[in-house]
Ligand binder design. Sequence first.
Ligand SMILES: *Cc1c(COP(=O)(O)O)cnc(C)c1O
Length: 461
Amino acid sequence: MNKPIRNYDKADLQRKDLAHHLPAQADYGHIRDIGGSKIITRADGCSFWDIDGKEYLDGMAGLWCVGVGYGRTELADVAHDQMLELPYYNSFFKTANVPTIELATKIASLTGGKLQHVFFNSSGSEAVDTMFRMVRYYWKIMGKPERNIFIARTNGYHGSTTLGASLGGMSAMHNICDAPVAGIEHIMQPYKFNLGFDESEEAFCNRAVQELEDKINAIGAEKVAAFVAEPIQGAGGVIIPPNGYWKKIEAVCKKHGILLVCDEVICGYGRTGEWFGHQSYGVTPDIITTAKQLSSGYMPISATVVSSDIVEVLREKGGDFVHGYTYSGHPVAAAVALRNLEIIEHENLVSKIKNETGPYLAQALKRLDGHDLVGEARSYGLLGAVEIVSEKDTNKRFGGKEGKAGPIVRDTCIKNGLMVRGIRDSIVMCPPMIIEKSQIDFMVDTIEKSLNEAKDELAKI
Ligand SMILES: *Cc1c(COP(=O)(O)O)cnc(C)c1O
């Protein structure tokens, strides 16, 4: 593969970065103090390189998205060809373009059932915004405008627009802009390790589901529009729900006539070993939001997939759905996403996760379960988390409070050539779907080595 290896002027780039670029989700004072961001210059397969030429195994698939790995010439080629044929056209003027139509059809074939209609956007946050506006509008034209309250979960992540941050359940994200906006309520996350350590799985599951029922009753079922949740919480710490959770949640929604929305922005397109997370858990949502692996991050694109029941109502009673983005159905993004899904299909990546790499990761993580500093190592498909504790066989955290250990071990992993995320007191991973067993070994070995190296620093918290 022809990889451009260029000699960049690092000092000059860092100076300009600090002077003019505001990176996402960053502490700008800290970035200044450490002399600027790490500059990433190239990538191939499951690895990327920084400007110093240091290689990292990408345990996060970029940001939960680079499913097919880096350096795919076929995605570059399809973008090139589409840009020359039709680089842009909108879908505002009763218009559509070929890649968008083909991609919608492809997605509908993968979701199956009633999820047959696709609204395109450019980001996960926008997909969530589209969902929110469509659900409210749906209930309005159904003659039930009072059904306008959304229930979501603590530490859920639904994007970084004001609405996404509001629907999300992260207090740090709420704090910067007085979110949540009105009409959004949160219930507990099904985080057994933290919230139900001494409970049986079944008791914990029932308690977590009961919170939804209680919340619905407190609000009044006739006022609740939808329940929105990730099949497996990603940014919230790779929170894998207890057995039976999703089926019971679905039953509660059905009982109260509430729409079920799965935010599949991370789980979607194979990550869990099925095409979608809701398929892994055997439930049938009314709407799903998807992005990230839809294009493996090569182009910004997201899809809100809607059931035919809802679209039938929009067609009969809706009139203009006054919503849409300049880049809804962007032909280049759609063409790249379509080819990306074809790669996932041709290389059997979904069944590879289910039958090979997913079980292999689970087994590799079992090794870590015995480590002194590890309270739990869990995974589902190619999503994994390692809980760091100060006392074996407990869920006690270093320093007696939550949140400090993850970033320390993460920084040690990065120093050791592995990119992972530190979320509160856990290390989470979401490697490219093409990862091989030897690379999974490197990932888990590096986490183990980094835990050992970080021991002293952890003890100082
Ligand atoms: C990343 C993410 C989003 C937001 O996607 P953006 O493309 O960053 O706007 C929404 N929901 C979930 C579950 C996500 O992981």
